[in-house]
Design a binder for this molecule. Structure first.
Ligand SMILES: Cc1cc2nc3c(=O)[nH]c(=O)nc-3n(C[C@H](O)[C@H](O)[C@H](O)COP(=O)(O)O)c2cc1C
Length: 212
């Protein structure tokens, strides 16, 4: 390990204004599609999500992007988790995608709302049964004495919902991040990276190039 001196040359391409659509959500979709096509990129929809509660102390963790439309970016989690509590106190978030093999990063900042219940129901119904049961068995972020207790809880809910569809727990569902700022970053040699920032105003989106 050589933290001080390991260096990567970022030279996978350049970022031209003309290559990005006027709508940053569409531009993000195009970059995601490219990441899905890249054979070295595993889970291109993984993103680091930062939230902060009423006191303003940030916390960050990875989540998976599960939807992208005109409203914004959708992810699913427990509403009672730390992120869920922080979002109820302060409904704003920032996310970062990093597609290392493409030397690309996208940052999104915006306001957060809960996804309508019918959409959370529909997504929950599409999950594998084991994932559905784990949403019942686990109180995300709460301490537990030992792993075996969790396994027992999973078994308990497996028996409770035997021969029926597992309903969505009310404490679990989606959030939508409505973007206010989106930045596309393409690494370039000598740390002279390309950065294009979009900001939303009353009329739509404005765009400008930032120094690296
Ligand atoms: C690649 C990756 C994807 C993840 N996706 C999710 C997700 O979509 N939803 C989720 O609740 N947790 C997901 N997790 C777990 C979270 O990072 C985190 O441990 C959990 O949500 C608890 O966070 P919190 O206590 O800050 O609320 C993922 C973790 C990794 C490493």
């Amino acid at each position: 390990m050589n933290i001080e001196s390991s260096r990567t040359t970022y030279d996978a391409g350049e970022l031209l204004e003309s290559s990005l659509t006027e709508d940053p959500v569409e531009a993000l979709r195009t970059w995601l599609e490219a990441a899905y096509e890249h054979r070295e990129i595993d889970e291109p929809n993984a993103m680091c999500l930062a939230t902060a509660g009423a006191e303003g102390a940030p916390s960050a963790r990875m989540v998976l992007l599960r939807g992208l439309d005109a409203r914004g970016l959708v992810f699913f989690t427990s509403y009672l988790s730390r992120k869920g509590r922080e979002l109820s106190e302060n409904p704003r978030a920032a996310v970062v995608f990093h597609w290392r093999a493409m030397h690309r990063q996208v940052r999104v900042e915006g306001t957060v709302t809960q996804l309508p219940e019918d959409e959370s129901d529909a997504y929950f119904a599409s999950r594998p049964r084991g994932h559905q049961l784990s949403a019942w068995a686990s109180e995300q972020g709460e301490p537990i004495d030992e792993r075996a207790v969790l396994d027992e809880r999973l078994e308990h809910f497996g028996a409770r919902f035997e021969d029926e569809e597992v309903p969505r727990p009310h404490s679990w569902g989606g959030y939508v991040i409505a973007p206010q700022r989106v930045e596309f970053w393409q690494g370039r040699p000598n740390r002279m990276h390309d950065r294009i920032e979009y900001r939303r105003n009353e009329r739509g989106w404005t765009r400008r190039r930032l120094q690296p």
